[in-house]
Design a protein around this ligand. Structure first.
Ligand code: ACO
Length: 333
């Protein structure tokens, strides 16, 4: 048995900044409401006319992660790609990365777990490394939300929170089993699937049917925000505690918590509940909004770039989102 360890981190954010004031030109919203409820000041949205997509952004973040790992594309044995906004209905973005990075004919899978996508992806990759099947795995989280949002007042409860972006890491074999990813914890509760959902197009509700009716808006994301919020704060706490207990750690042992960037108020609630200082929790939702499967890996990359994560630190990743799905990852950096 081996452990797996993150040896390279990368990110890519589209250049185009959309402020809360920009949104208020499109819909009935305002900077004060958005900042007060979510903490978001601005987000990045892919500008029309650029080539960026979930796969393209994922490839850009991946190149950075592989470079920083000191590896080449030919050292990678497998790809795990998390997104809820794939370029195609099928095939998934994982195979596009294999092509875009001109990699060998290695395996590639896509993870469809929304905001928990990256946590699930890293857990899947970790299992392949633990068993010895693969040595270096590229794990990617990328989202292109902006093209699929309702930018009228009708969609304001959802649209203001989402942003585009990508992150990636290289997970590599670690012989010392006291280091790297110590454990991962995954959960789901499908009875709440309809509380946060993009219902169509789906095989049971296909495109011609949607086009028949002007009132059918089932292709826009629907979210019961208050319901999701209430579940998020409970599940975040539970799954962090589960991870700490599994490893004999206390909350004071957390050196860095990277929560999924869903809403700054959720992160602040967790921070307070666990009695953590500002130095022990990393947030960047203010700049990027909720980038779903990309959020944890973009935040982890930025925390590391800013020197906030050092060797030997106990790093906790945690996420909650549509499904509902939630999970945590406990890392000895
Ligand atoms: N600007 C101005 N007013 C707005 C906006 C807006 N952008 N959006 C909603 N409102 C209005 C509503 O119409 C409502 O008005 P009313 O009282 O007259 O009916 C009022 O503000 C309150 O709306 P709520 O939806 O109750 O607002 P809430 O306080 O719940 O905040 C929010 C909404 C920010 C979305 C919050 O519920 C939230 O963050 N939920 C959790 C999100 C989350 O964690 N998602 C999981 C990850 S996403 C994924 O997995 C894909």
């Amino acid at each position: 048995m081996y452990n797996s360890k993150i040896i390279g981190l990368g990110k890519y954010l589209p250049e185009h900044v959309v402020t809360n004031d920009d949104l208020s030109q499109m819909m009935d919203t305002n900077d004060e409401w958005i900042q007060e409820r979510t903490g978001i000041k601005e987000r990045r949205w892919i500008k029309e006319g650029t080539d960026d997509t979930s796969a393209v952004m994922g490839a850009k973040a991946s190149r950075m992660a592989i470079d920083r790992a000191g590896l080449t594309k030919d050292d990678i044995d497998f790809i795990v790609f998390a997104t809820m906004t794939p370029d195609y209905y099928f095939p998934g973005c994982g195979v596009q990365i294999q092509d875009m990075l001109d990699m060998k004919n290695i395996g590639a899978i896509d993870i469809r777990n929304q905001c928990s996508g990256f946590v699930y992806a890293i857990s899947v990759a970790d299992q392949f490394i633990k068993t010895g099947m693969y040595k270096n795995i590229l794990v990617v989280g990328s989202e292109y939300h902006s093209n699929g949002l309702d930018k009228s007042t009708r969609g304001r409860g959802v649209t203001v929170i989402f942003g585009d972006g990508a992150g990636a890491c290289v997970l590599s074999r670690e012989e010392d089993t006291t280091k790297g990813i110590l454990s991962t914890h995954l959960h789901s509760e499908g009875k709440y699937a309809d509380k946060l959902i993009v219902e169509a197009p789906s095989i049971k509700h296909w495109v011609p049917e949607i086009m028949e009716s002007k009132e059918d808006l089932s292709y826009f994301p629907y979210m019961d925000g208050t319901f999701v919020f209430k579940h998020a704060v409970v599940r975040f706490s539970e799954v962090i505690i589960e991870g700490l207990m599994k490893n004999g750690l206390q909350k004071e042992d957390i050196d860095m918590l990277i929560p999924h960037q869903a809403n700054l108020r959720i992160a602040q609630f967790i921070q307070k509940k666990f009695g953590l200082s500002n130095d022990q929790v990393f947030n960047n939702i203010m700049k990027y909004g909720n980038t779903t499967a990309a959020s944890v890996i973009i935040a982890l990359t930025e925390a590391w770039e800013q020197g906030k994560i050092n060797e030997g630190d106990n790093v906790v990743l945690a996420a909650f989102g549509s499904g509902f799905t939630w999970g945590s990852v406990i890392i000895k950096w």
